[in-house]
Design a protein around this ligand. Structure first.
Ligand code: PMP
Length: 398
């Protein structure tokens, strides 16, 4: 069969291949990007879905507006207002089937063969693949522990004149890094100066362990004249409430949003009305603050446990910056004292010892750093984390 040429630009994800090994009995996995299903507020979501079916059965089970279910758009506007975004109206939200769909719609509306996009090196693998599927050339900007290096980013923007700059400014996947306030302002200024769309992907911003992170680019754009016209923001309930609901959203300049709505119309017509009505009921009932407090507490304990265990078991063989939020810990093998420095080899040895993680290589659109790897601390409890990291120590010594 002759498939579309665009498929030649992407490969099946290396991560998916690795996931096939995870079924092995006894494996402790730090590989997934999932939240912990044991933390889902099942009772709260069940009650919200029952209210959706009792109070609004016709709407909850019918087709709906492509833009999204109005009561959910209102709740989302309230949710974002709680995070400092006070000048965005319900009608500014396009509800999407996960934020993954928002990224796909951005690709569909903005990118064609030969267009350039700048992303962080490393970044979310599915975004790289999605943008490549539209024919884009994906260029990598360097990231440090304060997020993307804005000086390097400006040079790359000036050189490549990209259609888009895609960033995960808060608790990045996989880097765990958070962009500083000063750099956030700089990014918004660059968007205006070079008239380049900046995409803020923010599924993790609510998952902070101590102090709240700096305000989102969307919140800050109110302070940088002209920047709102060059900013798209993707949000999601997946990591804080449930990815099974598939509720995400896009806030974007009107002309872009309208085109994204048109593309969504031809794709899935609308995001599940039942899921939207359930999410709206959940938010309306005011459950979110308690849910957030609970997930933050559990992930903070696990992040701490993983950091402590890594220092104890792997010592100078690695460096990492303790994450302040999110689900991931990004590690670099130092190669100190002749120790292993290739994370792909380390991953194979680790599987043999009964522990899995994702090597960093596939997260780079260009110039992969093979000494890096991503550990998720989200789904294993503290005892499993300690056992898994001990196995990592053994794998490294093997
Ligand atoms: N963006 C990032 C950075 C992610 O890590 C993920 C999920 N792993 C998504 C978007 C997509 O999430 P969802 O479609 O479930 O909202």
């Amino acid at each position: 069969m002759q498939f579309a040429e665009r498929l030649n630009n992407v490969e099946t994800s290396a991560i998916r291949e690795l996931f096939k090994l995870l079924g092995k009995p006894g494996i402790i996995s730090f590989a997934g990007g999932f939240p912990d299903s044991a933390l889902f507020d099942v009772d709260g979501i069940r009650a919200a879905s029952e209210r959706a079916l009792t109070e609004e059965p016709g709407a909850a089970l019918q087709y709906g507006a492509t833009e999204g279910y109005q009561p959910l758009r209102e709740q989302l506007a309230g949710f974002m207002a709680g995070k400092g975004v006070t000048d965005v109206a319900p009608s500014d939200f396009l509800v999407t089937t996960g934020s993954q769909q928002a990224l796909d719609l951005l690709g569909k509306t903005m990118l064609g063969p030969g267009d350039k996009v700048i992303v962080e090196g490393p970044t979310f693998l599915a975004t790289i693949q999605c943008f490549r599927l539209y024919g884009a050339e994906v260029i990598s900007a360097p990231v440090d522990d304060q997020g993307v290096n804005t000086e390097a980013l400006e040079k790359l923007i000036a050189e490549h004149k990209p259609k888009m700059v895609y960033l995960i400014p808060t608790f990045g996947n996989p880097s765990g890094a958070t962009l500083t306030l000063a750099r956030r302002k700089k990014v918004l200024e660059l968007a205006v100066k070079y008239q380049t769309l900046v995409v803020e992907d923010d599924p993790y911003g609510d998952l902070y362990f101590g102090e709240a992170p700096p305000p989102s680019l969307l919140a800050l754009s109110a302070q940088v004249p002209g920047s709102r016209a060059w900013l798209a923001h993707c949000g999601s309930l997946s990591k804080v409430l449930s990815p099974g609901l598939r509720i995400g959203w896009l806030v974007a300049p009107e002309a872009l949003r309208e085109r994204a709505v048109m593309c969504k119309q031809f794709s899935d017509a609308n995001t599940s009305t039942f899921a939207q009505a359930t999410a709206a009921q959940y938010l309306k009932a005011g459950h979110m603050p308690a849910t957030l407090a609970q997930v933050r507490k559990v992930y903070a304990e696990r992040a701490q446990a993983m950091g402590d265990a890594l220092r104890k078991e792997l010592g100078d063989a690695i460096t990492f910056v303790a994450p302040q939020g999110g689900l991931f810990l990004w590690v670099k093998l130092t190669g100190a004292r002749g120790q292993l420095q290739d994370a792909n080899v380390f991953a194979q040895r680790a599987i043999a010892k009964g522990v899995a993680f994702v090597p960093g290589t596939p997260f780079f659109a260009q110039n992969p750093d093979n000494a890096t790897l991503r550990l998720s601390f989200a789904t294993a409890d503290v005892a499993k984390i300690q056992e898994g990291v001990a196995r990592l120590g053994q794998a490294l010594a093997a």
